[in-house]
Design a protein around this ligand. Sequence first.
Ligand code: ASP
Length: 332
Amino acid sequence: MDLPKLAIASLGGTVSMQAQAAGEGVVPTISGATLLASVPELTTQAHVTVETLGMLPSASLDFEFLWSVLCWANYQIEQGAVGIVITQGTDTLEETATFFDLLWDHDEPLVLTGAMRSATEAGADGPGNLLDACRVGLTKSSRQRGVQVVMNGQIHSAQAVRKTDSMALQAFSSPIVGPTGLLMEGCVHYLRPTLQRNVLPLPMQTTQKVALLQASLSADTLLLENILTLGYDGLVIAGFGAGHLSETWTASVDAIAKKIPVIIATRCGSGSTARSTYGFKGGEMDLIRRGASMAGFVCPRKARILLWLLIGCRRQDDLARYLKEDVWFQQP
Ligand code: ASP
């Protein structure tokens, strides 16, 4: 029988981790091939190729490496893969998902997964997540959905998903919109139809630097005042509440926004920034007047990825369009 081709890559993370010696803590050592061996039933469903592209905790992934992973995934699609599955650490999964999704120009699904429990821990979730991710990667109804994250029986869109718990099995959620689908009894069930996607051109440059700062009570402005002299090309601030800053930060942002793109997101973890509610100094109406862009529902970390990619393909002037709520959270 002609089985569909599925390509898997492992990058490291808890899903690939085990302890080398008692009391030493877990580190990434498990190859993609060993991960695949933990889900033997897959071989009856697909012709699977697997590669170990990295052995990194996900905090140490960087754009350059992700770029090489993207090239690998593009090549697998050219070679006839119907879907791509990538295993990695969960700590930066929401960011890599956004990075890939903004550049994934295929109908075929790219699915990211990982684990909250390391491979040798009782109740390890890696094999189950990998099998679920492969099911999503092989399902026809996953086409045209871009990049998705599969964890703990749920499917999340790259743009909405966030790691919202540091240690729990149910570590991922999509605030406001919820998961796009579920895995039940080994089958993929989508809860929402496909949405129009926005794919960016490939970056022409990768040396740009985008800073991410978080507003906090009574914070000094030392870092902020030096953003331009340090050579940053863009700035994202996780602001208070609906996208607000202190008066002192606002004065600094004023000068910065005249030179480089500045995005104000919310540090709340859920919800949108406002546009036309608060009129105080440092409120969103004042910040918009000073040239800042409000992130809407886009979380600070994803806003930074978006701005980095937009600067890379010289589309930073289109920032407002890419931050529009309906681009990220369209109604079906
Ligand atoms: N705790 C992380 C994980 O779940 C470690 C990492 O992101 O590499 O994989």
